[in-house]
Design a binder for this molecule. Sequence first.
Ligand SMILES: [Zn+2]
Length: 97
Amino acid sequence: MDLILFISFYLLFTLLITYLSYKKQISWLPTLIISLIFTPVAGFIRYQSVKPIKVYKEARYKCRRCNFYFTDYKEYCPNCEKEGHKIPLRKVYVDMT
Ligand SMILES: [Zn+2]
């Protein structure tokens, strides 16, 4: 009975730390593996020590014809304009790390 209780708590803390890692936006799979093998305490140490990767959005101007991204705003795609097509650029937000 005590063993079942111990395993239940073990798994509960493992899942809790895995969930915290997921919320912190760090890779949660190594946390899960570390917690299962080296106890949730080790998983918690990993959770505390790993810094999340900062993801931020940046505006880009995308051409829908050649799929090229431009950092500066232009009314028409310069690549396609050389080939005789006037393609207006569309503003998109891309994930930057
Ligand atoms: Zn283009």
